[in-house]
Design a protein around this ligand. Structure first.
Ligand code: NAP
Length: 244
């Protein structure tokens, strides 16, 4: 892969890529990781992001989440995508321990319904038991099932401020929100996003494949930090103004 901005261009791979996505020393930092098509779709015709992604996007995806404390996703994403177990390599576990972090990122799923794909190995095979963030009074039968697979956290509401406070309360301050579009939209609308790591995929997929979402009242502008390109994909890192 080539980092073409900032100049001069240079090639990046492996841990260089990890270094290209540093976690600032803020009390909390929320980054988004998403892939989008040329026509703004968040998934291909099969309703999955994998069909608009690629191995090079996958490498960046890994670099963005490797040193996170929490991977935050909406229930819609977990229902659509095959989320694998959250683990870290031995080298990353050491790196994490040196930084005072838990041995692997912790999955946090936002769901009011608790209608989640409980057969996925992400529940039982992750290093840390996943969290499920839900409302104050979920369906009792669904709650019983959820408790067999995850640590359930009850919140007064599922607004982004409440979700992120629940993570911070558990010491999870480096948060990567991997979508989907509905959850990300809510985080942006609440003005709680610090960084956007966006991959532009060189395909048109039809924008009808993107779930309909609302939007922030005002456009939220970020600063470009870098552009990496490989095989026609463009991986951009943007951060809040003033945090470069
Ligand atoms: N391109 C990408 O990088 C990317 C990334 C992720 C996902 N995707 C794609 O996006 C699609 C799923 O996205 P989505 O937007 O439908 O789902 P989503 O944002 O992952 O999840 C939405 C669900 O989250 C729960 N939720 C609770 N509080 C919420 C809040 N404040 N804001 C938003 N959601 C809240 C609700 O679950 P309950 O219904 O359980 O109450 C809601 O139905 C799939 O096609 C997936 O493949 C693409």
């Amino acid at each position: 892969m080539d980092m073409v901005f900032p100049a001069p261009a240079r090639s990046v791979a492996g841990d260089d890529l990890l270094d290209a996505y540093p976690w600032p020393e803020e009390a909390r930092w929320v980054r988004a990781m998403m892939v989008t098509t040329l026509d703004g779709a968040a998934a291909g015709r099969d309703g999955l992001s994998g069909s608009i992604s690629s191995a090079v996007d996958g490498e960046v995806f890994d670099a963005v989440r490797r040193l996170a404390d929490a991977v935050l996703v909406g229930a819609g994403t977990l229902r659509a995508e095959e989320y694998g177990p959250m683990r870290a390599s031995a080298a990353d576990a050491e790196r994490r321990a040196a930084a005072g972090q838990a041995p692997a990122p912790r999955l946090a799923v936002v769901s009011g319904s608790l209608d989640l794909p409980w057969a996925l190995p992400v529940w039982a095979d992750s290093t840390l038991t996943p969290l499920v963030l839900t409302g104050p009074s979920p369906d009792p039968a669904a709650l019983t099932t959820a408790r067999e697979h995850a640590e359930v956290v009850f919140l007064a509401d599922l607004e982004p401020a409440s979700l992120l406070a629940a993570l911070t309360d558990r010491g999870l301050r480096r948060v990567v929100c991997e979508g989907g579009p509905s959850l990300l939209e809510a985080v942006v609308a609440a003005d709680l996003l610090d960084e956007a790591d966006i991959t532009l995929s060189p395909v048109f997929a039809g924008t009808s494949t993107t779930p309909r979402t609302g939007g922030p009242d005002e456009v939220a502008r970020l600063d470009l930090v870098h552009l990496i390109t490989a095989e026609g994909y463009v991986m951009a890192r943007y951060v809040r103004p003033g945090h470069r």
